[in-house]
Design a protein around this ligand. Structure first.
Ligand code: UT7
Length: 344
């Protein structure tokens, strides 16, 4: 059975920086830089320009990862794209990415399968587990895994939405999961879900259980109530469960690999809130600060993209090197969560 290792990483964030002060000054949100930094650690985030969506952000990150792996788009056997902010309700953004990479026309047309993963902040780990299994089974040689989000289009950028809208930013991260006979790669992953909390963090936009799924006015135009249009979050419930579930998931992968936290060189956690990660690291796992990478200060929460962006940045800065043991964990809407151990 081949091992499944990460042969290339890439990331992309749109150029427009939106600072906490800009949320107040440009959008008129009743908030302060101090409140946001104290509660979340976030200082700024990126917002994509009008007309730019998740497929486009994903393309930039994917091309970088493909090049870093020494491959060309036509070498990719499958696309797995994790997002909660696809360009359209359907089809998913994976097919748009395939088209953007030139896989649907001309000499490079391979028409490879494209799978969208809908597991929010855990989407990258769900995708990584899926890709690693496909590679280890021998079904695929190279799988492109992307986390890509365009949150800025769907944030209530008014004081009403301030608790949620100050948290999120746009961006994309990508990895190539490739087959190898070398003794390295994704060692173990664990995933979990608890649908009892589906509505503790959700954005319904529409409700297919209703007839019609969006209420209509007399002219037949859809009317979306703000409570459906924007994300709803029970922040404290999410915070508490995030710490507990990420810790449990990490312990499961550690124990099945006979590892302790001391064996790990780098911890790469989902970036929902710097305080969640600091609490998990210091109070629960007892990890020294220098084994942890965070970038939420600069990008906010980019949901499915946080972990692959961190991996790509850490690799480029020299923080993440060949031979290192990496532990990664995520938690988010669903609730869903997961953890993985990767020998880099
Ligand atoms: O990856 C997705 C998963 N998401 C998460 O992991 C998020 C987890 N939760 C959290 O990170 C925290 O719950 C938040 C950072 C979202 C909120 O922090 P909190 O300490 O739970 O604040 P809160 O919602 O209880 O609000 C406390 C106060 C309220 O005012 P009152 O009622 O005490 O007067 C809010 O209205 O802070 C107010 N508030 C704000 N003030 C200034 C809420 N948002 C803001 C804001 N600026 N942006």
């Amino acid at each position: 059975m081949p091992n499944a290792y990460i042969s290339g990483t890439g990331f992309y964030v749109p150029p427009r920086v939106v600072t906490n002060d800009m949320l107040r000054e440009e959008y008129g949100i009743d908030t302060t830089h101090e409140w946001i930094v104290e509660r979340t650690g976030i200082e700024e985030r990126r917002f994509a320009a009008e007309g730019v969506g998740t497929g486009e952000l994903a393309e930039h990150a994917a091309r970088q990862a493909i090049e870093a792996a020494g491959l060309e788009p036509k070498d990719i056997g499958m696309i797995v794209l994790a997002t909660l902010s696809p360009d359209f309700a359907f089809p998913g953004s994976g097919v748009l990415l395939g088209q953007r990479l030139g896989l649907c026309e001309g000499d490079g047309a391979t028409f490879v399968p494209a799978l969208d993963v809908r597991n929010q902040c855990s989407g990258f780990l769900y995708s990584l587990g899926t890709a690693a299994s496909l590679v280890q089974s021998g079904a695929m040689k190279h799988v492109l895994v992307v986390g890509s989000e365009t949150h800025s289009a769907a944030l209530d950028l008014t004081s009403r939405g301030r608790t949620v809208s100050c948290l999120f930013g746009d961006g994309a991260g990508a990895v190539i999961v490739s087959a190898t006979d070398e003794d390295r790669g994704v060692r173990k992953w664990h995933l979990g879900a608890d649908g009892r909390y589906a509505e503790a963090l959700c954005q319904k936009v529409w409700d297919m259980r209703q007839r019609p799924f969006i209420p209509q006015d007399e002219q037949g135009r859809g009317i979306v109530d703000p409570s459906l249009m924007w994300a709803n979050m029970e922040g404290r419930k999410v915070f508490k469960n995030a710490v507990q579930r990420m810790a449990e998931s990490l312990m499961r992968v550690f124990s099945s690999e006979n590892l302790t936290v001391n064996d790990v060189d780098l911890f790469v956690f989902h970036q929902a809130n710097l305080r969640i990660n600091q609490y998990l690291a210091k109070e629960v796992l007892g990890i020294p600060e220098d084994k942890l990478v965070n970038n939420i200060m600069r990008y906010g929460n980019t949901t499915a993209a946080t972990i692959p962006i961190l991996l790509a940045e850490a690799e480029r800065s020299g923080r993440l090197k060949r031979g290192m043991k990496v532990a990664t964990a995520a938690f988010g809407s669903g609730f869903t969560w997961g953890a993985a151990i990767i020998d880099w």
